[in-house]
Design a protein around this ligand. Structure first.
Ligand code: PMP
Ligand code: GLN
Length: 413
C-alpha cells in the first residue's frame, strides 16, 4: 500500500458499529437517529421519486451543487451570517460533511503544514490532515473537576497560542462539539478569532450540529463574527439538519478564494453529488426558510428538533446517574459524555493493551448488550491515558430504545 495509508488503523466506527451489530446490542453508539425522519422531508423525496421523467431530478446535476439547493442555502446562510453569500461561487455541495472537511485539508495543506485541533476532537480530522500531508497539532480542552455540564470543557487559549508555529496554517473549530456537546460562547469564539487574525489562520468551522442547541442557548456561527467570513470554511450537513444521516449530503461555505482549491479537488474526484437527495433537501429547506420567517415556533430546525431532543437528553442523564455514572450534560449536539470511574469488572484486567474505555465499551457491548463509544478515540496517543474513564452515548433514540437501554444500565457488576 501507499506510504500515506500505512499508519492508518481501523476507525472506531469500523470496530464499534460492527461489534454493536454482532452483539445485537441496544445501540447508543454511532450517532444516528433511530426515530422516523421528519415527514415533510420524506414527502419531498417521495415527490422526486414520482417524477421519473424529470432529468433535473434524476440525472447529473451541476457539479458544485444543485442550483436549487445552493440557492436556498445561500439565502439561509446569508441571514445566519449577516453577510450576502454568492450561492454560485461561495458554496460547494459534497458527499457528507466528511468530504467537505477532506477537500479543505487537501486543498490547503502542504507537506509540513500544521493544523491546530482541539481535543477531544471528532476522530477523522487528524487522519485526514495526515493524508493531506500535514501535521495535526492537538490542544486539549481541559475538563473542570466535578464537571456536570459540557460548558465545563474549557477552551485553553494560552495552550493554543503556545502550539502555534510558523508552520501553522489552519485551526479546526467544531461547534457544537462532538463528542462533548460543548457550545462555544461568544467570548470563546472571539478569542479564537483574535488568534486567527494575529496568525493569519484559516478556520474550519465544523458546525454540523448547528440546529441541535438546547434551552435557548445561542448558536453563534463563526463566519458571522466581524471579519471572519473571509478566513472561514464553514461546514454543514443535511444528514444532521434533517435527521437523515444516510443521505450523506453536506456542504462547505466560504469566500471564493478559500473554496477554489476545494473545487479543484472536487471536479476530478466526485464531480457531482447525488441529484434526488439534493432536490429533496432544497425543497425542504425552502419550506423551512419560509416557516422560519413566518412562524418560527413551527420550524423543525429552530424548534422541533431541539424540543424533541432535550427530553431525551434529560432522560438519558437521569438513567446514567441512576446507574452510578456521572453525566456531563450537553448544551448542544446529540451526544453525552459520562464518567464510569468506580465501575469494576473483568474489563479492568483483560489482556488488551487498549485504553480502559475501549475495554469497558467492548465488555458493555458483549456482556450487557449496550453499545457506546470510547472517547479516548477522540484524543491523540499522549492524552489517551488521562481520558480513559468515560463513555460517549447518543441520545437521538426512540423512547423504546431508551427504555431498553435503561434495563441494560442496571448492571450487576
Ligand atoms: N463532523 C462532525 C463533528 C460529525 O459528528 C460528523 C458526523 N457524521 C461529521 C462531521 C460528518 O457528517 P456527514 O455524515 O454529513 O459526513
Ligand atoms: N458523526 C457520527 C458520530 O459521531 C457518525 C460517525 C460515523 O459513522 N462515522 O457518531
Amino acid at each position: 500500500p501507499a506510504e500515506r495509508v500505512q499508519s492508518t488503523t481501523p476507525s472506531i466506527w469500523v470496530e464499534f458499529t460492527t461489534l454493536a451489530a454482532e452483539c445485537k446490542a441496544v445501540n447508543l453508539g454511532q450517532g444516528f437517529p433511530d426515530t422516523p425522519m421528519p415527514k415533510f422531508v420524506a414527502e419531498k423525496l417521495k415527490e422526486v421519486a414520482s417524477h421519473p421523467e424529470r432529468t433535473d431530478m434524476h440525472q447529473y446535476t451541476r457539479g458544485y451543487g444543485n442550483p436549487k439547493l445552493v440557492s436556498v442555502l445561500g439565502k439561509l446562510y446569508s441571514k445566519l451570517y449577516g453577510i450576502p453569500i454568492d450561492a454560485n461561487n461561495q458554496i460547494i455541495v459534497t458527499v457528507g460533511a466528511y468530504l467537505s472537511l477532506y477537500y479543505a485539508f487537501l486543498g490547503w495543506i502542504d507537506h509540513g503544514d500544521e493544523v491546530i485541533i482541539m481535543e477531544p476532537a471528532y476522530d477523522c480530522y487528524s487522519p485526514q490532515v495526515k493524508l493531506a500531508g500535514g501535521k495535526a497539532v492537538p490542544v486539549v480542552m481541559p475538563l473542570k473537576e466535578r464537571a456536570t455540564s459540557s460548558a465545563d470543557y474549557r477552551l485553553d487559549v494560552d495552550a493554543i497560542r503556545k502550539a502555534i508555529t510558523s508552520k501553522t496554517k489552519m485551526l479546526v473549530l467544531n461547534n457544537p462539539h462532538n463528542p462533548t456537546g460543548k457550545l462555544f460562547s461568544r467570548a470563546e469564539l472571539e478569542a479564537v478569532a483574535a488568534i486567527a487574525n494575529e496568525h493569519d489562520l484559516i478556520v474550519i468551522a465544523d458546525e454540523v450540529y448547528e440546529w441541535h442547541v438546547y434551552e435557548g442557548k445561542e448558536m453563534i456561527r463563526f463566519a458571522s463574527l466581524p471579519g471572519m467570513f473571509d478566513r472561514t470554511i464553514s461546514i454543514g450537513s443535511a444528514g444532521k439538519a434533517f435527521s437523515v444521516t444516510g443521505w450523506k449530503l453536506g456542504w462547505a461555505i466560504g469566500p471564493d478564494h478559500l473554496l477554489a482549491p476545494m473545487k479543484a479537488v472536487h471536479q476530478n474526484c466526485v464531480f457531482t453529488c447525488s441529484t434526488p437527495t439534493q432536490h429533496a433537501v432544497a425543497e425542504a429547506m425552502e419550506d423551512e426558510l419560509k416557516i422560519m420567517e413566518e412562524q418560527p415556533e413551527k420550524s423543525y430546525l429552530m424548534k422541533g428538533l431541539s424540543s424533541e431532543l432535550v427530553s431525551k437528553r434529560d432522560r438519558l442523564a437521569a438513567m446514567v446517574r441512576e446507574a452510578g455514572m456521572t453525566p456531563i450534560v450537553p448544551e448542544s449536539g446529540y451526544f453525552m459524555m459520562a464518567g464510569f470511574k468506580g465501575y469494576h469488572g473483568p474489563f479492568e484486567t483483560d489482556s488488551s493493551p487498549d485504553p480502559l474505555d475501549f475495554r469497558f465499551v467492548r465488555w458493555l457491548c458483549r456482556e450487557k448488550k449496550l453499545a457506546t463509544i470510547p472517547p479516548s478515540a477522540f484524543y491523540s496517543p499522549q492524552f489517551k491515558k488521562a481520558n480513559e474513564e468515560m463513555v460517549r452515548l447518543c441520545f437521538f433514540k426512540s423512547d423504546d430504545t431508551l427504555s431498553k437501554a435503561e434495563l441494560r444500565f442496571e448492571m450487576d457488576t
